[in-house]
Design a protein around this ligand. Structure first.
Ligand code: UDP
Length: 256
């Protein structure tokens, strides 16, 4: 998919006011293009937490999340994971395949943290073996409630075969991502994925992978370099996002 020929090239600056906005989420806007198979995603600096009860701005977050997502999705594509990503267009925008988002958020957990640690009364950072895969129903009004396979199938959100595919893809992505971050001195604690269906019914990875959607702890100090700095008022939020971008885009020391 990365090779799809389009009239959009890197460095394209779009007059977004001339494009039809399809959707505005908490952190991104999605625009239709003159090609029905293509959308443009524009990343914002807006930040929300606790189902939008806490709202704010993280300066240049949109630039970081666009760059980090572009780099990671290209890496995943190169390793055989189908994604919606085509190319980064400029600082805040990327070109993606048009997909319908499956309303099943996949949470993958390598270590206990956040709502999981709270729910089960375990310490944050406690290793999880095997890796835990959970589903949540993607619904802002219902605050993304957790659900099991039967619920997703009974309510028509995904078929049993699709859930198996989501689980298998998510575990593969977890292995690739954990290694990607490990050599950048980052521990991948947990993360959230969203998938979409293309017009021909193929399932592809969609949405973003960034410090908004992953918990990333510095391998040596254990310092949190992700949205928990915003959620928990830990300070230095912008600096943490910049640090993740620097490590993701920079040269790596594979021996780390
Ligand atoms: N997450 C996300 N969007 C959501 C819910 C969770 O990106 O709507 C990510 C979150 O950043 C973390 C992981 O999924 O990396 C697990 O989050 P958790 O269920 O612990 O929820 P939280 O503690 O963030 O409320």
């Amino acid at each position: 998919m990365l090779g799809k020929k389009t009239s959009y090239s890197e460095g394209t600056v779009n007059d977004l006011s001339r494009l039809k906005q399809r959707y505005e989420g908490k952190a991104k806007k999605v625009f239709a293009t003159n090609d029905p198979e293509l959308f443009i995603v524009a990343y914002k600096d807006d930040a929300t937490a606790f189902n939008a009860q806490k709202k704010g701005t993280i300066l240049n977050k949109g630039i970081v999340n666009n760059a980090v997502t572009a780099k990671i999705f290209a890496m995943l594509e190169a390793k055989g994971i189908p994604t919606h990503f085509i190319k980064k267009l400029n600082e805040r925008e990327q070109l993606v395949r048009a997909v319908k988002i499956i309303p099943v958020e996949v949470i993958v957990r390598n270590f206990a943290a956040g709502s999981f640690a709270k729910r089960y009364g375990v310490d944050e950072g406690c290793p999880l073996e095997p890796t835990v895969v959970e589903w949540c129903y993607k619904s802002d009004v219902l605050s993304d409630p957790p659900m099991n396979d039967d619920t997703a199938i009974a309510l028509g959100w995904a078929t049993a075969a699709e859930l198996s595919e989501l689980r298998e893809l998510s575990l593969k992505i977890n292995s690739l991502l954990s290694e990607f971050f490990r050599v950048r001195s980052l521990r991948l604690i947990d993360f959230k994925l969203e998938f979409g269906r293309t017009a021909s019914g193929d399932i592809v990875l969609a949405d973003e992978i960034s410090p908004d959607t992953c918990r990333l702890w510095d391998s040596r100090s254990g310092e949190r370099l992700d949205k928990d700095r915003f959620r928990r008022d830990l300070g230095d939020v912008e600096a943490a996002y910049q640090e993740v971008m620097k490590r993701v885009l920079g040269e790596v020391n594979a021996g780390v």
